[in-house]
Design a protein around this ligand. Structure first.
Ligand code: NAI
Length: 483
């Protein structure tokens, strides 16, 4: 079996060499194709940080094992890590956080074991990076949460929970505020939950989740979250088990998967041969299990756990009274301990059953559509306009433009209603949302909206607009605060 390997930048080559040396010593039956990705590839003039040959290899092999990579700052290029995850639709980010005997934390000292899996949606949300300046003062980020995207990652999370023999799966969200976006994610969660009756499925508001994770982490088993919230919560969980040096990450897609450490290139210690290779090694172990090399994974993980348990450590963790090992010495210690098992938390060594054939070459993008509403009507429009006038003056002008089809319903500023009612204590910025709805809830068409746009543009710069849709008579848009 052949996989693509990108060593990365900073400490990347040092820790990748250490991990591959451990794999070789364990006679892992993998061949490696080293591909060109990272900051040095940006520097060679490739704007997405990888050569066309690297892209071709990864798409053919379907598996990328990568070291951390740096994205050049201030050159307007997008993060290579995010680009890789999004381009190849690795929609689920699986991060496993486990107390490791020998890695002291406040919880290990208190005898509280941690075994949390965080599944984070990996493509959508604010990571679409679709941002616009609406005025000189106002920036807008579009946050996409989609039904097929949510179902895809939530289904993966339930499968991961089943494989882990978990008892509980919890959806973290902020649906009390973001009723449509996080509300949709939560709805999908409970839809999928029906297919897994053996799992206790519940949900928690993300701020409450953070508080409970740092007080009672042992209460949680598998968590599933949207992209940004999952990013923050998973770093929090890394802190619970000893920091970034122990946080592995698997980016799972249907055709291509990427295994990497959570941490970055650690430029402050790069080139010194002192980095901790554990996070990348744990990612590599997860990759071995992913392709059915369970025996190699078990042997290596037990040797790693035995090494940690015996007090051996790199400079970033462990008992300071015991001299630290450098990267090479630490990986050699693991190799020496092949065949040994830790007293606590030994992993099963299950015979290899290699799987995961090379991905089939797709000819075109797959379109993901779940359902189309039969009864969709346009019943209004939100016009986002630039103005530094007060709401009453804006309303006066807008009412003139409403014509015979529209009525002005309300005006809001940063989501808070300021007309027809509001408070003078609400601070304003120079961008308002002016909401028009059809008179008597009658159906509108796009031409009506364009007519209103043209008329309104005589008075205002219109920064953007959103149609107000109703599905089977149900409004599919949010209300302003105070409306
Ligand atoms: P970082 O994770 O590289 O470093 C944070 C701190 O943790 C530093 O003090 C570092 O020395 C330490 N650290 C990290 N990994 C370690 C290890 N294996 N052993 C011992 N100490 C370790 O985060 P930072 O400084 O914010 O980012 C540096 C660069 O890495 C940036 O260019 C960033 O864009 C990139 N990055 C890449 C990621 C990826 O490739 N997936 C993820 C995160 C950041």
């Amino acid at each position: 079996m052949k996989i693509a390997v990108a060593k990365g930048d900073g400490i990347g080559p040092e820790i990748m060499d250490a991990v591959l040396k451990i794999f070789d010593a364990a006679q892992v039956p993998l061949e490696y194709e080293f591909v060109e990705m990272g900051k040095w590839v940006f520097d060679k003039g490739f704007n997405n940080g990888m050569t066309p040959a690297a892209k071709e290899s990864i798409e053919t092999l379907g598996l990328l094992f990568k070291g951390p990579m740096e994205t050049p700052k201030g050159k307007g290029v997008k993060s290579i890590n995010v680009t890789a995850r999004k381009t190849w639709n690795t929609y689920a980010n699986n991060r496993a956080f486990l107390s490791l005997h020998g890695v002291d934390t406040v919880f290990s000292k208190a005898g509280i074991p941690i075994d949390i899996t965080v599944v984070r949606e990996n493509i959508e949300d604010t990571y679409g990076g679709i941002e616009h300046m609406l005025t000189h003062d106002v920036a807008l980020s579009r946050r996409f949460i989609t039904r097929p995207g949510s179902l895809q990652v939530i289904r993966y999370a339930f499968e991961a929970a089943r494989q882990k023999k978990a008892k509980r799966i919890t959806c973290g969200h902020k649906a009390n505020i973001m009723k449509l976006t996080d509300g949709l994610f939560l709805e999908c969660f409970y839809e999928v939950a029906k297919e897994y009756p053996e799992l206790k499925a519940d949900d928690i508001i993300v701020d409450d989740l953070c508080m409970k994770l740092v007080t009672r982490p042992d209460l949680f088993d598998v968590l599933v979250l949207t992209n940004l919230q999952g990013d923050i919560v998973s770093d929090l969980c890394a802190g619970l088990v000893g920091g970034l040096g122990f946080a592995p990450s698997a980016n799972i897609g249907d055709h291509i998967s990427i295994f990497e450490a959570v941490h970055g290139t650690a430029p402050d210690i790069a080139g010194k041969n002192i980095a901790n290779p554990t996070a990348l090694l744990l990612s590599g172990i997860a990759m071995l299990r992913h392709v059915g090399l369970t025996e190699n994974a078990g042997v290596i993980e037990n040797a790693l756990l035995f090494t940690l348990e015996s007090g051996k450590h790199t400079g970033d963790f462990g008992d300071k009274s015991i001299p630290s090992l450098n990267t090479t010495e630490f990986s050699q210690a693991i190799i020496t301990n092949f065949g040994k098992s830790p007293a606590i938390g030994a992993r099963p060594v299950i015979p290899n059953k290699p799987g995961t054939p090379a991905p089939l070459k797709l000819q075109q993008n797959s379109m993901m559509v779940t359902s189309e509403s039969a009864n969709e009507t346009i019943t209004g429009v939100d016009m986002f306009i630039e103005s530094d006038e007060q709401a009453n003056a804006i309303a006066h002008k807008c009412q003139r433009h409403a014509g015979v089809k529209f009525k002005l319903v309300n005006i809001s500023n940063r989501g808070t209603q300021v007309w027809p009612t509001g408070s003078v204590y609400t601070n304003l910025v120079n961008q308002y949302n002016v909401r028009f709805e059809s008179i008597d809830d009658s159906e509108l068409n796009q031409q009506d909206v364009i007519g209103l746009y043209v008329s309104l543009s005589g008075n205002f710069k219109i920064c953007s607009l959103e149609l107000l849709n109703s599905w089977d008579g149900k409004k599919s848009y949010s209300q302003a605060q105070g409306q």
